[in-house]
Design a protein around this ligand. Structure first.
Ligand code: IMP
Length: 181
């Protein structure tokens, strides 16, 4: 049923799974001897976060933030609001921000600056998807699952109007679903 809303499947469950294993191995090697703190940006990152941390073979902490997002539209407003902040101190911690998608970069450039002010030992970004064509704010993710074209994607945590987050794959939504042609 949901498949009828999909123009095409961009990334299958298997592709996502194997790429996340690679990212987890990379992070495990890069943070050897450390105890990184993974900070998931809700809601979109929760599925990726759950799979990523299980691919990391290190002691680690985790926390979540909620920031304002698109609402029901498919275009970013440029405004970032912290709805829920971290529940712990990050001073001297190695922070890995976990995001579902790096689009304009507005959210992550803001968050990186916001968290840097708390004197963590380091901050990096792990994003499942990167849409570089849409970048408006300078931000670089150290760990990128997949570079994707400029299309609205859903599934694997990503929503359109709070729907489709539970799809196990990532698909491109038919523009007709959100009022396009
Ligand atoms: P940015 O601030 O423009 O980089 O926006 C990042 C946020 O926008 C992501 O965390 C998503 O919640 C949302 N977003 C951007 N592109 C998409 C998309 O194609 N599908 C679903 N959500 C998206």
């Amino acid at each position: 049923m949901m498949r009828d809303d999909m123009e095409r499947i961009l990334l299958s469950e298997e592709e996502i799974r194997s790429r996340i294993r690679e990212l987890g191995a990379e992070i495990t090697a890069d943070y050897a001897g450390k105890e990184p703190l993974f900070v998931g940006v809700l809601k979109g990152s929760f599925v990726f976060m759950a799979d990523l941390i299980r691919s990391v073979d290190l002691p680690c902490g985790m926390d979540f933030m909620v920031v304002s997002s698109y609402g029901k539209g498919t275009k970013t407003t440029g405004a970032v609001k912290i709805v829920k902040d971290l529940s712990q101190d990050i001073e001297d911690r190695d922070v890995v921000i976990v995001e579902d998608i790096l689009d304009t970069g507005v959210t992550l450039s803001y968050l990186t600056r916001y968290l840097s002010n708390r004197n963590p030992a380091s901050i990096t970004i792990a994003t499942l998807l990167d849409k570089p064509e849409r970048r408006r704010a300078a931000v670089q993710a150290k760990y990128v699952g997949f570079t994707v074209p400029d299309a609205f994607v859903v599934g694997y945590g990503l929503d359109y109007a709070e729907t489709y987050r539970n799809l196990p794959y990532i698909g491109i939504l038919k523009p007709s679903v959100y009022g396009g042609k």
